[in-house]
Design a binder for this molecule. Structure first.
Ligand SMILES: C[S@@+](CC[C@H](N)C(=O)[O-])C[C@H]1O[C@@H](n2cnc3c(N)ncnc32)[C@H](O)[C@@H]1O
Length: 326
């Protein structure tokens, strides 16, 4: 509902409308999972201009009964310096917006003062988090949330997404020494650019290794994954409909793999697209396997149709109902 007005606003051009549709769908999925509530901290990875956080804030601002009843935090993580940010505009009482210009690879959530303050439960979000950035974000979030040392502490039941922050027992989180942050209630990340994944960061290495696949095979799957989005066209042409203007480096992030692949000659465009999608699916299955190992139930969903974006898969995860850590 928060995006309804904008979705029917004729002033929005086609690209803006496509972004709005995706943002609306991601919010819908967060809501369905019980994650779209105040009293938590949304960490948006690869935030770009910060539009997803903007709409999360709008949705919760307009959330009648809950308005003002609990605080809300939005932490935007983006390595590039971005023009036309939208997060600077928000000044509502009870809402804290913070932008960190940092590579996710170097981010330790335990060292972010905003998160130590109220220790709100965390919800990870992202829209078109390219390749390895998704793996880095999963590690960043889950390694932060990992509970106690299993050698010394008993297993701990996780919070369900709908449980309020106050029910979190003290020290519910913090693999990190010293300071701790709230537990992870779940995540929703729209995936993209699997050809930019890297074996060294990939969270699904174990999944691959158990199937006799290693770094070389992974690299081949990454290359072939780009066929899903440019298999039907000559290489490098009109790769994506999910780009937007004014995103600075964000646009570069979506450059397709420079492909002059010999397989072009042997496979039809349809076959290439199909194989490309399967490669993405395999890589994402490794991510789901990792999430499972961390006590989360995950799902891959087509969150919008291919006319809106060819990168239309959303990874969502919430703690498994009776899950314990480790
Ligand atoms: C395709 S853009 C998406 C931007 C925005 N989420 C949107 O939907 O418009 C991907 C963004 O992730 C950022 N990014 C990619 N890898 C990153 C990393 N390792 N650390 C932080 N940001 C990263 C890029 O700079 C870029 O802004």
């Amino acid at each position: 509902p928060a995006l309804q007005e904008e979705l029917v606003n004729p002033k929005n051009g086609d690209p803006a409308h496509k972004h709005l549709k995706q943002q609306a769908s991601i919010l819908g999925h967060l809501d369905e999972l019980g994650l779209l509530r105040r009293g938590r901290c949304f960490v948006e990875f690869g935030a770009g201009r910060g539009k997803l956080s903007h709409w999360i804030h709008e949705a919760l601002k307009n959330n009648g009964d809950l308005k003002g009843s609990e605080d809300l935090q939005l932490l935007l993580v983006e390595r590039s310096s971005i023009r036309f940010k939208v997060d600077g505009k928000h000044q509502d009482a009870g809402v804290q917006f913070e932008r960190l210009q940092v590579d996710i690879e170097h981010l330790d959530l335990c060292k972010v003062p905003l998160l130590q303050d109220k220790k709100f439960p965390l919800v990870g979000v992202g829209k078109h988090l390219c390749g390895a950035a998704t793996d880095l974000a999963l590690r960043c979030l889950l390694e932060t949330s990992r509970l106690r040392d299993p050698e010394t502490e008993p297993p701990q039941k996780r919070l369900k997404p709908s449980e309020p922050a106050a029910e979190a027992s003290p020290g519910d989180s913090g693999a990190c020494s010293g300071a701790s942050v709230g537990p992870v209630l779940g995540l929703a990340v729209a995936l993209c650019c699997h050809h930019r994944c890297e074996w060294r960061h990939f969270v699904g290495r174990q999944f691959f290794l158990e199937r006799g696949l290693g770094a070389a095979e992974f690299s081949a799957f990454c290359r072939m994954s780009s066929w899903a989005t440019c298999g039907g066209r000559p290489a490098n042409q009109d790769y994506s409909s999910h780009q937007s203007t004014n995103q600075g480096r964000a646009e570069e992030e979506h450059e397709p793999l420079d492909e002059t692949d010999t397989m072009n000659k042997f496979l039809s465009a349809v076959e290439r697209e199909k194989i490309g999608r399967l490669c993405k699916r395999l890589i994402d299955s490794g991510r789901c396997h990792f999430l499972k190992s961390q006590g989360f139930s995950s799902r891959l969903t087509c969150y919008t149709d291919q006319g809106v974006t060819l990168e239309n898969v959303l990874l969502t995860a919430v703690p498994s109902s009776s899950s314990i850590y480790f």
